[in-house]
Design a protein around this ligand. Structure first.
Ligand code: ADP
Ligand code: MG
Length: 391
């Protein structure tokens, strides 16, 4: 047990006056390439990061669930019962627990659950685009399963977690986040086919590190802009007579535009998605070949397309990427996540990492004095699973 788990167990003990019986964890994720492709049935190339949500638990003899988070200090546990519909939070302060309640609601519709006491802690930054929400949902589902003495396939867990976020919390996310958190492999990124949900792992290239940098900008208008992009992609697929842009080609897009079935804006949006699907598959081939330089170039191209044709970047993301690219040892850099703020991901050669992170922070602050960019150097972590509770 490391210090974070020990602190969590101590808080569980202090709150519930008893010992937890089991613990689980689920990681956040970063997407190396393949952005705004998941809801187009396309390809992504994520990996789990070395930051996670942990839940310790103890089954109860009734149908009550109680839960508290170390990231919401000083609050009593949120309690709800598994009999019937679980009401959402009535105060904004309790809204974080909707991710737990939604997971319980959706899972309870599939298997017979048992009440339990839960305590959780997470070091995935909240709202940065590294999927603390998916980590929380996947960890919650694993905790509830453990309390009921049940287990489910990790892909099924991911789908249930996505449904919790879509239907209960009300965020229209694709499957990328939950599938990454639930199914990642230690030391590997994975090509994710968002249509078949097939995952094909490939190791990160030797001699490079993945560096995540947070712009510090929170995604204000993200929901409306995200939904607008989704609608544009759906309209584009319809104009081409395909179910999803996964099935479109650049040539087909041109023809539809020439025939007046796609306007210039719709064409640009769809071109990004189709090109990004190609880049993501090419990036996977680079991983297989151990070609970090070519992978970096694809990441650069992805960012340019997200900036110019898909228009989901912002000055902070563009500046952070431009600074990263100007620094020695950087092989490629791009925004990651939905955009409009959040994080960038860069591929950096190992000997240059310390200098890279120091200069990136310094130069970014010179441009944006109000922002302190959190920087995380991470390997590829394992997907969700049990956590040992032994001392
Ligand atoms: P992201 O998934 O990019 O981090 P979201 O807005 O989708 O951002 O989800 C963040 C929300 O998830 C937080 O505002 C909070 O409600 C919830 N959350 C995630 N981790 C925790 C945690 N450790 N404790 C409490 N709430 C959490
Ligand atoms: Mg999220």
């Amino acid at each position: 047990m490391d210090q974070r788990t020990r602190d969590l167990v101590a808080a569980f003990r202090a709150t519930y006056q008893t010992e937890p019986t089991a613990a689980v964890r689920a990681p956040g994720r970063v997407n190396l390439i393949g952005e705004h492709t998941d809801y187009n049935d396309g390809f992504c190339l994520p990996m789990a990061i070395e930051r996670d949500v942990r839940v310790v638990l103890r089954p109860r003899s009734d149908a009550t669930v109680r839960v508290f988070s170390l990231q919401e200090p000083g609050r009593p546990p949120v309690a709800f019962t598994l009999d019937g519909a679980i009401p959402k939070a009535v105060t904004p302060a309790d809204r974080w627990a909707d991710y737990v309640k939604g997971s319980a609601q959706v899972l309870g519709g599939t298997v017979a659950l048992r009440g339990c006491d839960l305590a959780l802690t997470g070091d995935v930054p909240l709202g940065s685009g590294l999927s603390s929400s998916a980590a929380l949902e996947v960890a919650t589902i694993r905790a509830l399963l453990a309390a009921a003495g049940l287990s489910l396939d990790p892909v099924v867990i991911a789908k249930l977690a996505q449904r919790a976020e879509n239907s209960y919390v009300g965020t229209n996310c694709g499957i990328l986040d939950q599938l990454s958190s639930s199914c990642a492999t230690l030391g590997q990124a994975m090509l994710m086919d968002c249509r078949s949900l097939a995952l094909t792992p490939a190791p990160l290239p030797a001699g490079v590190a993945v560096v995540i940098a947070d712009t510090g900008k929170r995604r204000g208008l993200v929901d409306s802009a995200y939904n607008e992009r989704r609608a544009q992609c759906e309209a584009g697929a319809k104009a081409l007579g395909v179910s999803h842009l996964r099935d479109a080609t650049l040539h087909g897009l041109w023809q539809a535009a020439k025939a007046g079935r796609l306007d210039a804006l719709a064409l640009a949006r769809c071109q990004h998605v189709v090109a990004e699907n190609g880049r993501t598959q090419a990036a996977f081939a680079c991983l297989r070949a151990g070609d970090a330089e070519a992978l970096g170039q694809l990441m650069d191209q992805s960012h340019a397309d997200l900036r110019d044709r898909f228009e989901v970047t912002c000055p902070e993301l563009d500046d952070l990427v431009a600074i990263a690219r100007s620094l020695p040892g950087c092989l490629g850099s791009r925004m990651t996540g939905a955009g409009f703020g959040g994080c960038t991901v860069s591929l950096v050669s190992l000997p240059a990492v310390a200098g890279f992170t120091a200069s990136l922070g310094l130069k970014y602050r010179q441009l944006h004095p109000a922002m302190t960019p959190a920087i995380y150097v991470t390997g590829a972590a394992a997907g969700a699973g049990p956590l040992p509770l032994a001392p």
